[in-house]
Design a protein around this ligand. Structure first.
Ligand SMILES: C[S@@+](CC[C@H](N)C(=O)[O-])C[C@H]1O[C@@H](n2cnc3c(N)ncnc32)[C@H](O)[C@@H]1O
Length: 148
């Protein structure tokens, strides 16, 4: 059974899409910084594990999972607001929470990858545009390069 982590669910548009892809609510963990969104998210998506907190400080929130990993991470947090070093550190900390080879999908509003490529340790590529989003957003997929 697939387990997913969502960062920055906001009003839940992407939460809904993740569940529509077949992730069962009890296997979806979702971290939102703005506390005011949490009650409505919990009401709209029963069973999903919503946390009020910071995606850059996940350890306490996810401690119940122990060594269990995620199969996918979907993030809508505004990475471009943070220094590049912090973005790269976040990416690596998220890879450590994923099963090997699994993807991190980041939604971003710029024309380029929100985290610079590092072909030695991870791949990055554009996945799709969300043209109906205002402003149009782009999905970027990151995968850790596995040792041969
Ligand atoms: C672009 S919005 C997401 C919009 C969402 N897809 C929706 O349907 O409403 C980004 C969300 O990330 C949240 N966010 C920003 N920084 C965060 C952080 N460090 N940790 C967790 N959530 C964060 C914001 O509060 C906001 O709800």
């Amino acid at each position: 059974m697939r387990r997913a982590l969502e960062l920055g669910p906001g009003t839940g548009v992407i939460t809904k899409a993740i569940l529509a892809r077949g992730v069962v609510p009890e296997k979806l963990y979702s971290v939102e910084y703005t506390e005011a969104f949490i009650p409505q998210l919990k009401s709209d998506f029963p069973g999903v594990h919503f946390f009020h907190g910071n995606a850059f400080a996940l350890d306490d929130m996810l401690s119940d999972l122990g060594e269990q990993k995620f199969d996918t991470i979907v993030s809508a947090i505004p990475l471009l607001n943070f220094p590049v070093k912090q973005r790269v550190e976040l990416l690596h900390s998220l890879f450590d929470r994923l099963n090997p080879g699994r993807p991190i999908v980041q939604i971003s509003y710029g024309p380029n990858s929100p985290i610079p490529p590092d072909w030695q340790t991870y791949s990055v590529g554009p996945f799709d545009w969300m043209v109906r989003n205002i402003p149009p957003a782009r999905l970027w997929v990151f995968r850790r390069i596995l040792a041969a």
